[in-house]
Design a protein around this ligand. Sequence first.
Ligand code: ADP
Length: 191
Amino acid sequence: MKYYILFGPPGAGKGTHAGAIAEKHNLKHISTGELLRAEIAAGTELGSKAKAIIAAGGLVPDEVVEGMIENAFNTISGVDGFLLDGFPRTLPQADALGKIIAARGEELTGVVSIMIPDEVIRERIAHRASVEGRADDASDAVISHRIDTYHAQTEPLIDYYKAAGKYHEVCGYPGSIEEVRDRVLALVDEL
Ligand code: ADP
């Protein structure tokens, strides 16, 4: 099985390009953000705990998302691998992922990172707010908190995966959606 991490700041375009990558390589796209929003919509206990954290732009506890990923790996079949979107987002999550994959006797295929500057993060999220109506996209304070959380907790994963020889990056800006998609697909083809 292949295990790809689709990495990048909020608004980099991970969700936009995930479908094309997954389709081309017969991967299951797993977005922890989407899974969490589905739990909220279904009104589950997990969803009700996650709701306030997500609305404030924080991160839900590591164990929660780690459990979701492990569950997905154990229950999904008929694909050649997984495309993780929005996970891992902290160093403990990265360690947990390493252990989960190792326990399956396999290894991480690679990290595909889409990088954009902070100003573009704001523009993209503001635009997405008008299209998708996500509560956590609506307020400047929440967006700022997500950008800060990204720099403090998620950005250190770049060095973590560089040290492991697994980190690969494309520019998510400038360029049209099609141009960025072509860069991402070309990179994944090489891994
Ligand atoms: P974005 O596209 O803006 O990065 P996501 O849909 O990936 O947003 O995630 C939305 C929210 O869900 C995050 O701000 C966070 O609160 C929560 N979330 C998603 N993935 C994780 C994770 N791996 N660990 C902790 N919280 C997460």
